[in-house]
Design a protein around this ligand. Structure first.
Ligand code: GLU
Length: 325
């Protein structure tokens, strides 16, 4: 589960999005991408570190005052450019960034493929772009279309959608994966973590699970479970940029210690089927037969990964960082 930032306003979106992504880098990621709306949608993605995306982006025309960006931590599909977000529909008129796991993506994907949709990635997330495409093609308005799509989805999401045909509009939704809306002067931000937007605004609205918000440079409209007026939900962040990455804690170590319950919950969300008492590793489903044939696993780790690697009663270890089954 990694990083999201979106912007709509009057300033050039690309520098704001790229700077926001950099502020999210500390969470770790394997690839990154950006999509800017300017008459059409221009998407640039890259495997690996942000510097690669920064280099690549100079070769594209990414002017525009509305856009979305993402750092990915793969759950479904190897960390390659084709699996990096933003993902697009068949027409290139819808782009999405998604954090989380769509548990029922395989059945949705099969249905979409039967309807003639062409997929460009191995991710679970891409189904969202194609489902929105289908809703729009059927004449549903964007906000309602996203809402209808999400009613079909099982799993977790922090989602932001941008389209070619709805200028200066972002639709964002949350279920189990944090999203915050930042309110500026004639501009709005959406991010998975306030640290990505705190340099621009301190007025924020934290979305609740099940909420969907439409954001334009003029304002926002919210639909969801909590019906309190938007203005009563807006809070002010008192941290500066430096403090924001520490989420108000005096230092990173304390933050990381106190975040552990949330981090563990986020890591296993969508991967444990409590009803049937089994693990669900969606990214490995396609190769499960090959995995069953494996009779030796070597876990290599350093630091805390080494200790995590040791945690199996049937393991024996041969030297400090290599463990044999
Ligand atoms: N499940 C998505 C993917 O594998 C999103 C991963 C993330 O949260 O970064 O692309």
């Amino acid at each position: 589960m990694c990083g999201i930032i979106g912007y709509v306003g009057t300033k050039p979106a690309t520098p704001i999005l790229m700077e926001g992504l950099k502020r999210l880098e500390y969470r770790g990621y394997d690839s990154a991408g950006i999509c800017v709306q300017n008459g059409k949608l221009t998407t640039v993605r890259s495997e690996g570190k942000m510097v690669k995306l920064e280099e690549k982006i100079t070769k594209f025309e990414t002017r525009g005052t509305c856009g979305i960006a993402h750092t990915r931590w793969a759950t479904h599909g190897v960390p390659q450019e084709r699996n990096a977000h933003p993902h697009r529909d068949c027409t290139g008129r819808v782009a999405i960034v998604h954090n989380g796991i769509i548990e029922n993506y395989l059945e949705l994907k099969q249905e979409l493929v039967q309807d003639g949709h062409l997929f460009a990635s191995d991710t679970d997330s891409e189904v969202l772009a194609h489902l929105i495409e289908s809703e729009l093609a059927g004449g549903t308005a964007l906000f309602m279309g996203v809402k209808r799509v999400l009613s079909r989805v099982r799993g977790t999401y922090g989602l932001v959608v941008v389209t070619q045909d709805h200028p200066q509009t972002l639709i964002a939704a949350r279920m189990g994966s944090p999203l915050v809306v930042g309110i500026g002067q004639g501009e709005y931000f959406v991010a998975s973590d306030p640290s990505a937007i705190i340099a621009h605004t301190k007025e924020v609205l934290y979305l609740d699970d099940g909420e969907i918000v439409a954001v334009t440079s003029e304002g926002m409209s919210l639909d969801g479970v909590v019906q309190a007026p938007v203005k009563d939900r807006v809070s002010r962040i008192d941290w500066d940029v430096e403090e924001a990455t520490k989420a108000g804690h005096p230092h990173f170590m304390l933050k990381e210690i106190l975040e552990q319950p949330e981090v563990i919950e986020n890591s296993i969300r969508g991967r444990v089927d409590l009803l049937n008492g089994r693990c669900v590793l969606g990214g490995l489903e396609a190769v499960q037969d090959r995995l069953r044939e494996i009779d030796r696993i070597v876990i290599v780790g350093c630091g805390s990964a080494y200790y995590a690697g040791l945690y199996h009663p049937q393991l024996t270890y041969t030297h400090c960082s290599t463990i044999h089954w």
